[in-house]
Design a protein around this ligand. Structure first.
Ligand code: GZL
Length: 327
Protein backbone atom coordinates (compact mmCIF):
# COMPACT_ATOMS: atom_id res chain seq x y z
CA UNK A 1 0.00 0.00 0.00
CA UNK A 2 1.50 3.41 -0.96
CA UNK A 3 0.83 6.27 1.47
CA UNK A 4 1.34 9.66 -0.19
CA UNK A 5 2.46 12.40 2.14
CA UNK A 6 2.07 16.03 0.96
CA UNK A 7 5.14 18.31 1.04
CA UNK A 8 3.44 20.44 3.68
CA UNK A 9 2.68 17.39 5.82
CA UNK A 10 6.27 16.14 5.43
CA UNK A 11 7.60 19.58 6.43
CA UNK A 12 5.16 19.66 9.30
CA UNK A 13 6.39 16.36 10.67
CA UNK A 14 10.00 17.41 10.20
CA UNK A 15 9.12 20.63 12.06
CA UNK A 16 8.43 18.57 15.12
CA UNK A 17 4.76 17.66 15.10
CA UNK A 18 4.19 16.01 18.45
CA UNK A 19 1.14 13.83 19.05
CA UNK A 20 -0.02 14.95 22.43
CA UNK A 21 -1.34 12.44 24.93
CA UNK A 22 -4.66 14.32 24.58
CA UNK A 23 -7.13 13.75 21.73
CA UNK A 24 -5.56 15.94 19.03
CA UNK A 25 -2.03 16.51 17.77
CA UNK A 26 -0.32 19.75 18.76
CA UNK A 27 2.70 21.45 17.26
CA UNK A 28 5.92 21.46 19.24
CA UNK A 29 7.23 24.22 16.99
CA UNK A 30 5.94 26.80 14.55
CA UNK A 31 5.28 25.62 10.98
CA UNK A 32 8.46 26.09 8.91
CA UNK A 33 8.78 28.45 5.92
CA UNK A 34 10.77 26.70 3.19
CA UNK A 35 13.35 28.93 1.49
CA UNK A 36 12.34 29.79 -2.07
CA UNK A 37 12.56 32.70 -4.48
CA UNK A 38 8.85 33.42 -4.93
CA UNK A 39 6.29 33.09 -2.13
CA UNK A 40 2.52 33.17 -2.22
CA UNK A 41 1.92 35.66 0.60
CA UNK A 42 -1.40 36.43 2.26
CA UNK A 43 -2.12 39.89 3.68
CA UNK A 44 -5.53 40.12 5.40
CA UNK A 45 -6.20 43.84 6.00
CA UNK A 46 -8.77 45.00 8.58
CA UNK A 47 -10.38 47.82 6.53
CA UNK A 48 -9.47 50.69 4.19
CA UNK A 49 -11.44 53.57 5.68
CA UNK A 50 -8.55 55.77 6.79
CA UNK A 51 -5.15 57.01 5.58
CA UNK A 52 -3.22 54.80 8.01
CA UNK A 53 -4.74 51.57 6.67
CA UNK A 54 -4.31 52.73 3.07
CA UNK A 55 -0.64 53.59 3.70
CA UNK A 56 0.00 50.20 5.31
CA UNK A 57 -1.62 48.35 2.41
CA UNK A 58 0.31 50.36 -0.19
CA UNK A 59 3.57 49.62 1.61
CA UNK A 60 2.89 45.86 1.73
CA UNK A 61 1.81 45.76 -1.93
CA UNK A 62 4.81 47.81 -3.10
CA UNK A 63 7.29 45.59 -1.23
CA UNK A 64 5.70 42.36 -2.49
CA UNK A 65 5.91 43.69 -6.05
CA UNK A 66 9.50 44.86 -5.60
CA UNK A 67 10.54 41.41 -4.30
CA UNK A 68 8.53 39.52 -6.90
CA UNK A 69 6.22 37.69 -4.50
CA UNK A 70 2.57 36.88 -5.24
CA UNK A 71 0.36 38.82 -2.78
CA UNK A 72 -3.10 37.50 -1.90
CA UNK A 73 -4.79 40.63 -0.46
CA UNK A 74 -8.13 40.82 1.34
CA UNK A 75 -10.00 43.70 3.02
CA UNK A 76 -12.29 42.81 5.95
CA UNK A 77 -14.18 46.15 5.68
CA UNK A 78 -14.11 46.63 9.43
CA UNK A 79 -15.43 43.16 10.34
CA UNK A 80 -13.36 40.82 12.53
CA UNK A 81 -15.63 37.95 11.44
CA UNK A 82 -14.85 38.67 7.78
CA UNK A 83 -11.14 38.92 8.57
CA UNK A 84 -11.38 35.41 10.10
CA UNK A 85 -13.04 34.16 6.92
CA UNK A 86 -10.41 35.92 4.81
CA UNK A 87 -7.56 34.20 6.70
CA UNK A 88 -9.28 30.82 6.50
CA UNK A 89 -9.70 31.31 2.77
CA UNK A 90 -5.96 32.01 2.42
CA UNK A 91 -5.27 28.78 4.34
CA UNK A 92 -7.55 26.90 1.94
CA UNK A 93 -5.68 28.46 -1.00
CA UNK A 94 -2.44 27.11 0.44
CA UNK A 95 -0.49 30.37 0.76
CA UNK A 96 3.05 29.98 2.07
CA UNK A 97 2.82 32.61 4.84
CA UNK A 98 0.24 35.09 6.18
CA UNK A 99 0.78 38.69 7.33
CA UNK A 100 -2.09 39.61 9.66
CA UNK A 101 -3.06 42.78 11.60
CA UNK A 102 -5.75 41.18 13.83
CA UNK A 103 -8.56 43.77 13.95
CA UNK A 104 -9.37 42.82 17.56
CA UNK A 105 -7.30 40.85 20.10
CA UNK A 106 -9.56 37.79 20.51
CA UNK A 107 -11.73 36.93 17.42
CA UNK A 108 -8.76 36.12 15.15
CA UNK A 109 -7.31 33.40 17.40
CA UNK A 110 -9.16 30.47 15.70
CA UNK A 111 -7.93 31.63 12.29
CA UNK A 112 -4.35 31.85 13.57
CA UNK A 113 -4.63 28.33 14.99
CA UNK A 114 -6.18 27.06 11.73
CA UNK A 115 -3.20 28.42 9.78
CA UNK A 116 -0.78 26.82 12.24
CA UNK A 117 -2.57 23.47 11.98
CA UNK A 118 -2.30 23.74 8.17
CA UNK A 119 1.43 24.35 8.48
CA UNK A 120 1.27 28.02 7.42
CA UNK A 121 3.29 30.48 9.56
CA UNK A 122 1.53 33.72 10.55
CA UNK A 123 3.40 36.98 11.18
CA UNK A 124 1.35 39.62 13.06
CA UNK A 125 1.92 43.11 11.65
CA UNK A 126 0.71 46.29 13.40
CA UNK A 127 -1.73 44.71 15.86
CA UNK A 128 -1.28 41.89 18.38
CA UNK A 129 -3.56 39.28 19.94
CA UNK A 130 -4.34 38.31 23.53
CA UNK A 131 -1.25 36.34 24.63
CA UNK A 132 -3.32 34.21 27.02
CA UNK A 133 -5.00 32.76 23.91
CA UNK A 134 -2.15 32.58 21.38
CA UNK A 135 1.59 32.92 21.97
CA UNK A 136 4.28 34.50 19.79
CA UNK A 137 6.99 32.00 18.93
CA UNK A 138 4.56 29.11 19.48
CA UNK A 139 1.29 29.86 17.66
CA UNK A 140 2.50 32.64 15.38
CA UNK A 141 6.01 33.71 14.41
CA UNK A 142 6.18 37.16 16.02
CA UNK A 143 4.43 40.54 16.41
CA UNK A 144 6.01 43.51 14.68
CA UNK A 145 4.59 46.96 15.35
CA UNK A 146 4.65 49.94 17.68
CA UNK A 147 4.70 49.91 21.46
CA UNK A 148 1.19 51.30 21.93
CA UNK A 149 1.52 51.65 25.70
CA UNK A 150 4.58 53.85 25.14
CA UNK A 151 2.69 55.91 22.52
CA UNK A 152 -0.05 56.67 25.08
CA UNK A 153 2.54 57.49 27.75
CA UNK A 154 4.49 59.88 25.48
CA UNK A 155 1.31 61.76 24.50
CA UNK A 156 0.25 62.02 28.17
CA UNK A 157 3.66 63.34 29.24
CA UNK A 158 3.56 66.00 26.50
CA UNK A 159 0.01 67.03 27.45
CA UNK A 160 0.79 67.29 31.18
CA UNK A 161 3.62 69.71 30.37
CA UNK A 162 1.58 71.65 27.77
CA UNK A 163 -1.33 72.36 30.15
CA UNK A 164 0.72 72.83 33.32
CA UNK A 165 -0.59 69.62 34.89
CA UNK A 166 -4.25 70.72 34.86
CA UNK A 167 -6.87 69.61 32.31
CA UNK A 168 -10.36 68.14 31.96
CA UNK A 169 -9.92 65.52 29.27
CA UNK A 170 -12.21 63.82 26.76
CA UNK A 171 -10.65 60.56 25.52
CA UNK A 172 -11.72 59.22 22.12
CA UNK A 173 -10.69 55.55 21.95
CA UNK A 174 -9.81 53.39 18.97
CA UNK A 175 -11.53 50.19 17.80
CA UNK A 176 -13.04 48.33 20.75
CA UNK A 177 -10.96 45.26 21.59
CA UNK A 178 -8.01 46.21 19.40
CA UNK A 179 -4.48 46.15 20.84
CA UNK A 180 -3.72 49.79 19.90
CA UNK A 181 -6.90 51.01 21.61
CA UNK A 182 -6.37 48.88 24.73
CA UNK A 183 -2.71 49.80 25.10
CA UNK A 184 -2.87 53.48 24.11
CA UNK A 185 -5.52 53.83 26.83
CA UNK A 186 -3.37 51.92 29.32
CA UNK A 187 -0.28 54.04 28.56
CA UNK A 188 -2.10 57.39 28.68
CA UNK A 189 -4.30 56.72 31.72
CA UNK A 190 -1.39 55.26 33.71
CA UNK A 191 0.87 58.24 32.94
CA UNK A 192 -1.79 60.59 34.35
CA UNK A 193 -1.81 58.81 37.71
CA UNK A 194 0.89 61.09 39.11
CA UNK A 195 -1.04 64.23 38.09
CA UNK A 196 -4.26 64.49 40.11
CA UNK A 197 -5.44 67.62 38.25
CA UNK A 198 -5.38 65.75 34.90
CA UNK A 199 -8.93 64.41 34.97
CA UNK A 200 -10.53 62.18 32.30
CA UNK A 201 -14.15 63.34 32.12
CA UNK A 202 -15.33 60.70 29.62
CA UNK A 203 -13.91 58.05 27.29
CA UNK A 204 -15.68 56.52 24.26
CA UNK A 205 -14.71 54.67 21.08
CA UNK A 206 -14.60 56.42 17.70
CA UNK A 207 -13.41 53.20 15.97
CA UNK A 208 -10.29 55.00 14.58
CA UNK A 209 -12.59 56.78 12.08
CA UNK A 210 -12.68 60.57 11.51
CA UNK A 211 -16.45 61.03 11.28
CA UNK A 212 -17.14 58.71 14.23
CA UNK A 213 -14.55 60.71 16.17
CA UNK A 214 -16.38 63.92 15.26
CA UNK A 215 -19.73 62.49 16.38
CA UNK A 216 -18.29 61.22 19.68
CA UNK A 217 -16.66 64.58 20.37
CA UNK A 218 -19.91 66.44 19.56
CA UNK A 219 -21.81 64.27 22.06
CA UNK A 220 -19.18 64.36 24.81
CA UNK A 221 -18.57 68.10 24.44
CA UNK A 222 -22.30 68.75 24.91
CA UNK A 223 -22.16 66.61 28.08
CA UNK A 224 -18.89 68.19 29.24
CA UNK A 225 -18.71 71.83 28.03
CA UNK A 226 -15.93 72.40 30.60
CA UNK A 227 -13.52 70.07 28.73
CA UNK A 228 -10.10 71.64 28.11
CA UNK A 229 -8.29 68.78 26.30
CA UNK A 230 -8.89 65.85 23.94
CA UNK A 231 -6.78 62.69 23.65
CA UNK A 232 -7.70 60.77 20.48
CA UNK A 233 -6.15 57.30 19.90
CA UNK A 234 -5.66 58.22 16.24
CA UNK A 235 -5.10 61.45 14.28
CA UNK A 236 -8.16 60.77 12.13
CA UNK A 237 -10.34 60.93 15.25
CA UNK A 238 -8.38 63.97 16.51
CA UNK A 239 -9.18 65.76 13.23
CA UNK A 240 -12.83 64.78 13.63
CA UNK A 241 -12.75 66.18 17.17
CA UNK A 242 -11.28 69.46 15.89
CA UNK A 243 -14.23 69.80 13.48
CA UNK A 244 -16.65 69.23 16.37
CA UNK A 245 -14.85 71.78 18.57
CA UNK A 246 -15.08 74.41 15.83
CA UNK A 247 -18.75 73.56 15.18
CA UNK A 248 -19.37 74.23 18.88
CA UNK A 249 -17.88 77.71 18.45
CA UNK A 250 -14.72 76.91 20.42
CA UNK A 251 -11.11 77.37 19.28
CA UNK A 252 -9.04 74.15 19.04
CA UNK A 253 -5.53 74.67 20.41
CA UNK A 254 -6.75 77.60 22.52
CA UNK A 255 -10.00 76.59 24.33
CA UNK A 256 -9.32 72.87 23.94
CA UNK A 257 -5.89 71.24 23.45
CA UNK A 258 -6.02 68.28 21.04
CA UNK A 259 -3.47 65.43 20.92
CA UNK A 260 -3.43 62.23 18.86
CA UNK A 261 -1.39 59.25 17.60
CA UNK A 262 -0.20 58.17 14.11
CA UNK A 263 1.74 61.17 12.73
CA UNK A 264 -0.60 61.60 9.76
CA UNK A 265 0.23 64.46 7.36
CA UNK A 266 -3.11 66.20 8.01
CA UNK A 267 -2.37 66.12 11.75
CA UNK A 268 1.04 67.74 11.27
CA UNK A 269 -0.70 70.39 9.16
CA UNK A 270 -3.17 70.96 12.01
CA UNK A 271 -0.24 71.31 14.44
CA UNK A 272 1.39 73.88 12.11
CA UNK A 273 -1.94 75.74 11.98
CA UNK A 274 -2.09 75.76 15.80
CA UNK A 275 -5.26 73.60 15.94
CA UNK A 276 -3.54 70.53 17.39
CA UNK A 277 -0.80 70.20 20.00
CA UNK A 278 1.06 66.98 19.27
CA UNK A 279 0.94 63.47 17.82
CA UNK A 280 3.06 60.37 18.42
CA UNK A 281 3.97 58.65 15.16
CA UNK A 282 2.76 55.11 14.46
CA UNK A 283 4.51 54.37 11.19
CA UNK A 284 2.22 52.48 8.75
CA UNK A 285 4.96 51.70 6.22
CA UNK A 286 5.29 48.02 7.19
CA UNK A 287 6.32 46.52 3.84
CA UNK A 288 10.15 46.44 3.99
CA UNK A 289 10.27 45.38 7.65
CA UNK A 290 7.59 42.72 7.34
CA UNK A 291 9.18 41.02 4.33
CA UNK A 292 12.63 41.23 5.95
CA UNK A 293 11.19 39.35 8.96
CA UNK A 294 9.72 36.75 6.59
CA UNK A 295 13.17 36.22 5.04
CA UNK A 296 14.86 35.97 8.45
CA UNK A 297 12.31 33.30 9.42
CA UNK A 298 12.82 31.38 6.16
CA UNK A 299 16.58 31.54 6.75
CA UNK A 300 16.01 29.66 9.99
CA UNK A 301 16.58 32.54 12.44
CA UNK A 302 14.84 32.32 15.81
CA UNK A 303 13.06 35.67 15.94
CA UNK A 304 12.22 37.82 18.98
CA UNK A 305 8.56 37.57 20.01
CA UNK A 306 8.19 41.36 19.57
CA UNK A 307 9.97 43.33 16.86
CA UNK A 308 9.35 46.99 17.71
CA UNK A 309 8.90 49.84 15.24
CA UNK A 310 10.43 53.10 16.50
CA UNK A 311 8.01 56.07 16.56
CA UNK A 312 8.95 59.74 16.15
CA UNK A 313 7.05 62.48 18.05
CA UNK A 314 5.67 65.65 16.47
CA UNK A 315 4.66 69.02 17.91
CA UNK A 316 5.08 72.71 16.94
CA UNK A 317 8.87 72.37 17.41
CA UNK A 318 9.33 70.01 14.44
CA UNK A 319 6.04 69.60 12.51
CA UNK A 320 7.04 72.07 9.75
CA UNK A 321 10.35 70.25 9.15
CA UNK A 322 8.78 66.77 9.23
CA UNK A 323 5.44 67.23 7.43
CA UNK A 324 6.92 66.25 4.06
CA UNK A 325 7.94 62.83 5.47
CA UNK A 326 4.47 62.08 6.94
CA UNK A 327 1.98 59.66 5.32
C1 GZL B 1 -2.11 51.24 14.92
C2 GZL B 1 -3.14 50.95 13.86
C3 GZL B 1 -4.29 51.88 13.99
C4 GZL B 1 -3.95 53.31 13.68
C5 GZL B 1 -5.23 53.77 13.14
O1 GZL B 1 -1.02 50.39 14.75
O2 GZL B 1 -3.63 49.63 14.01
O3 GZL B 1 -5.27 51.48 13.07
O4 GZL B 1 -3.51 54.02 14.80
C6 GZL B 1 -5.56 52.59 12.25
O5 GZL B 1 -5.14 54.97 12.47
O6 GZL B 1 -6.88 52.53 11.84
Amino acid sequence: MVITVSRRAFLAVSAGLVVATAARPTWAALPPLKKKDVYKVGFAQTESNNPWRLAQTASMQDEAKKLGHQLVYTDAAGSAAKQVADVNSMVAQGVDVIFLPPREEKPLIPAIMNAKKAGIPVILVDRDVDHSLAKPGEDYVTFTGSDFVDEGKRVAEWLIKAVGGKAKIIEIEGTVGSSPANDRKKGFDTALKGSPDMVILASQSGDFARDKGRQVMETLLQAHPDATAVYAHSDEMALGAIAAIEAAGKVPGKDIMVVGVDGEKAALEAIIAGKMGATCECNPRFGPGAFAIMKRYADGETLPTFIKNEDRFFDASNAKDMVATAF
